[in-house]
Design a protein around this ligand. Structure first.
Ligand SMILES: Nc1nc2c(ncn2[C@@H]2O[C@H](COP(=O)(O)OP(=O)(O)OP(=O)(O)O)[C@@H](O)[C@H]2O)c(=O)[nH]1
Length: 850
């Protein structure tokens, strides 16, 4: 289907050249004047037909004019050579215009036109049957015109049946061509899809490359202008300060349904951008982010443009070869750019070597680079820009280049984007550039030579690129399919060995881990119940009670003789206890207890989350902790207020029954016993640190110092003396605690009536009342709610609400998971690419068999 011989990039020209038999006719008959009469007759006939012709026949009429013009030229040549008659140079007005316009029609338009014609033809055939119908039918103008052109070449054979047969044959050829064009378009689109799939999954080990067109050229040679003229929009970075610093991999997608063209930066979450000025800005920002001292960066920017007016193409714009260095550029910038271009111009890529017409081709860096990797010029297309800047004769001679012959030849363009004052951004730049090219080329007869025509203009370049890319892709089809298959085999093997073919997705991985976390959370909720909260609050209130006792009682000088001398009604001690109760009940238990419980719960959740597989994912861990904090924060005020409101009555009165007194008495003893043990432990530490002997000396010194009216000579260091003073304090505290302990155990503290003599017991009883109330509300308002909401909040945050970037960054946090998912993605991508390319291979085989 895409055999090399079958491909001719300049099809339009071949249509125009069709009646080559004219030459034979005139040469053999040597009847040039008669020949011209026939042609003129033909024109008259065509004119008559055209009057009745519909729109599309006008197109055919234009072509006939071209044939006639060419016949007239030939006639003039022969007559002027052979006779003394000097025939004038007459051309149908604007014939050049017509040829170029004809050449510019998109494949699409032409196909539709041809399809309409063939449908029309079939309808007529049906109507006429075998009748040798008149060629003068209104709807049959094109057939008549083409037939007439043929008739001119074959001594005006007017047999209508022959004309009809011929018409039929041409229609068939056109239809075949049109369906071939269709196939080609789908083929390229599919190949570009495959290329994008592979691009997304390829790593350093991948060796599959699908052909792209790589644009190289010197700085300011016109690369960007050519690309923009092909795309039809101005979107590339502009400026004198080497603005292309990274490769721009451009995928053009032809999409009939797309009414508003849009761009998408692959791998960057910017969505569909319809404003090409914004695209230009983003590209400029990306490029300028490469510091001048670095020069260029190999990391490509990938941009896809989707529109109904663009062909399916895959193009790569590269930094231009340096002409003039600026002071802030690295000394090895030339080498860096060369290396970057060399990396891209390798097989199977097609090289678009852009050279300005006003620079000698012998000095073209682009051609030199392409010759290094493609010495026979088999995959290089030469583009000569700035054709308007050299005299037309010189421009034409550059296109006919014989010094650097290229298989696909050279195409000359005038791709300069006109100033915005002459057009609007809504217009198609390709049309504007082509129209300016047309005016220029038609104004200079040097370009009117028929073989030169297909070598001119951005439209011809565009068509050639489409065909060359299609051809190159199809040539590499089987090889590409084999490479994909082989890479998939490797990938499958690796996946089996490393992951036992177990399929995983980031979502399923999160869901599995969430189950593990939820199980641990359930266990925690069973453990972290009212008892745990009670124990926590007991500890807090014991601390508070001990502080109050120390501050209000144990520092009191009367403490040692207190219970012996005092009565239960002694006002001094009554006031002390009442103030302690007041401080305890007004300590802000709602806030303190809720805060302590929420902090402890957060710590426990953090522990279980860290022990779960989420421990390897700092990001996910943070989501879990945030979920915890958010729920607790939402519950905090309610809980704290409820607790505070419910302990309010204790601020005014605390009633204790006998049983509560009994329990408190025992608990208070334990509390004081614990304090006593701590005190004794601290003494033991000092004793160990100083040694018993030294300690006695220090204590003796401190005692005698306290008694002596004169300061004694200091015999110990300040640290040792501090330790001695601490020891004195602890011993005093020990004595008090022992005394209080024995009082609590004695009859004095047996009943609740002696509460003023046993403040430790009463304060403990008050704490218990406060704790019970707080625990009740903390359990209802905080714990139950938290235990209900937390698993749901996790589902919401980790399963339902993660964006794809969050999922990706989640996966990236775990190197093992990341490499498994990468391999899996590669495997799936290769499977899809193989499936697509296999169907293309089959399609090609079928087409070849037809
Ligand atoms: N007269 C004329 N000027 C052109 C033509 N093509 C491009 N130019 C001008 O040449 C200059 C450079 O063109 P660009 O398209 O920016 O060249 P480039 O190769 O992309 O430049 P760098 O990105 O700097 O390497 C611009 O001022 C263009 O307007 C042309 O066909 N004719």
């Amino acid at each position: 289907m895409f055999s090399e011989e079958g491909f001719h990039p300049f099809r339009a020209y071949s249509i125009l050249k069709g009646p080559g038999a004219l030459k034979a006719f005139f040469r053999s008959l040597r009847l040039p004047i008669a020949g011209f009469s026939l042609v003129a007759g033909g024109v008259a006939y065509v004119g008559a037909q055209v009057q009745r012709a519909s729109d599309y026949t006008k197109d055919v009429f234009d072509r006939s004019f071209d044939v006639v013009n060419s016949a007239w030229d030939k006639t003039r040549e022969v007559v002027n050579d052979a006779t003394s008659i000097n025939l004038p140079e007459i051309h149908m007005p604007g014939w050049m215009e017509k040829i170029l316009r004809l050449d510019e029609e998109s494949v699409e338009n032409r196909r539709q036109l041809q399809l309409r014609k063939s449908q029309e033809k079939e309808r007529q055939l049906g109507e006429k049957g075998n009748e040798s119908g008149g060629s003068g039918s209104d709807d049959n103008s094109e057939g008549v015109v083409v037939g007439l052109a043929g008739a001119v070449a074959s001594t005006l054979a007017t047999d209508e049946e022959n004309d009809f047969e011929k018409l039929n044959e041409e229609e068939k050829q056109k239809l075949a061509q049109s369906s071939k064009d269709d196939r080609m378009m789908i083929f390229t689109k599919k190949m570009i899809e495959i290329r994008n799939i592979l691009h997304d999954i390829q790593d350093d080990n991948s060796s599959i490359t699908l052909p792209s067109i790589v644009v190289i050229g010197s700085q300011s040679s016109g690369k960007s202008s050519v690309l923009e003229a092909i795309v039809g929009h101005e979107f590339l970075p502009k400026g004198s300060n080497m603005v292309t610093r990274r490769p721009i991999e451009l995928t053009l997608v032809h999409s009939k349904e797309t009414t508003t063209p849009y761009c998408e930066f692959n791998g960057v979450q910017l969505g569909h951008i319809t404003d090409f000025t914004k695209v230009q800005q983003v590209l400029t920002d990306f490029n300028m982010a490469v510091p001048p001292r670095q020069g260029v960066d190999d990391n490509p920017i990938r941009l896809t443009i989707c529109a109904s007016h663009i062909p399916n193409l895959s193009l790569i714009d590269l930094p231009g070869y340096i002409q003039i260095h600026s002071s802030d550029q690295p000394a090895d910038l030339d080498d860096k750019i060369s290396a970057l271009c060399d990396k891209y111009i390798q097989e199977p890529n097609i090289i678009l070597a852009v050279c300005a017409a006003d620079v000698d081709l012998a000095n073209s860096t682009a051609l030199r680079a392409s010759r290094r990797v493609d010495p026979l010029g088999l995959r290089t297309i030469g583009v000569i820009t700035k054709m308007d800047l050299v005299p037309p004769e010189k421009a034409v001679s550059i296109l006919r280049n014989e010094h650097y012959p290229l298989h696909y030849g050279y195409i000359g363009v005038i791709s300069k984007v006109p100033p915005l004052s002459l057009w609007s951004r809504n217009q198609n730049l390709t049309d504007i550039v082509s129209s300016r090219e047309r005016s220029y080329f038609s104004a200079h007869p040097q370009f009117h030579d028929l073989p030169i025509l297909p070598m001119l203009g951005i439209q011809n370049l565009r068509k050639n690129l489409i065909h060359v890319l299609e051809y190159t892709m199809s040539k590499n089809l089987q090889y590409t399919a084999d490479s994909i298959r082989s890479e998939l085999d490797d990938c499958n093997y690796q996946y089996k060995v490393q992951y036992n073919d177990r399929l995983l997705t980031a979502e399923s991985y999160i869901a599995e881990n969430l189950d593990v976390l939820k199980a641990a959370f359930k266990e925690l909720s069973q453990k972290f119940d009212k008892n745990e909260v009670r124990a926590l609050l007991k500890e807090i209130l014991n601390e508070k009670t001990l502080d109050l006792l120390a501050e209000r009682y144990w520092m009191d000088e009367n403490i040692l003789n207190w219970t012996k001398q005092s009565k239960a009604t002694d006002e001094h001690w009554q006031y002390k206890l009442d103030s302690c109760v007041s401080l305890l009940t007004r300590m802000g238990l709602g806030r303190v207890s809720t805060l302590q419980v929420t902090e402890l719960l957060s710590r426990r959740i953090e522990e279980i989350a860290k022990q779960s597989p989420f421990g390897e994912h700092p990001g996910a861990l943070q989501y879990i902790l945030n979920a915890t904090q958010d729920i607790l924060r939402r519950r905090y005020h309610n809980t704290s207020e409820q607790v505070e409101n419910c302990v309010k009555p204790y601020k005014f009165e605390v009633e204790i029954n006998d049983e509560e007194w009994k329990v408190s008495r025992s608990e208070a003893q334990s509390m004081i016993q614990k304090e006593l043990s701590m005190c004794q432990n601290a003494e033991e530490k000092i004793r160990k640190a100083l040694g018993s002997k030294r300690l006695s000396q220090v204590l003796e010194f401190l005692n005698s110092q306290a008694k002596s009216p004169e300061p004694l000579p200091v015999a110990h260091s300040a640290v040792v003396l501090d330790q001695g003073r601490l020891m004195q304090y602890l011993q005093m505290r020990e004595n008090i605690l022992k005394l209080r302990l024995s009082t609590m155990k004695s009859k004095t503290c047996k009943s609740k009536e002696s509460k003023y003599l046993c403040p430790e017991v009463f304060l403990n009883a008050v704490s218990n009342k406060l704790i019970n109330t707080a625990v009740l509300f903390i359990n209802i308002e905080l714990l139950s709610e938290f235990y209900y909401q937390f698993p749901r909040e996790l589902d919401q945050r980790l399963i339902h609400s993660l964006t794809s970037e969050q999922l990706t960054s989640f996966v990236d946090e775990n190197p093992r998971l990341k490499s498994q998912l990468q391999l899996q993605r590669k495997k799936q991508g290769l499977e899809l690419a193989l499936q697509k390319i296999n169907s293309l291979v089959m399609l090609e085989r079928q087409t070849d068999n037809e």
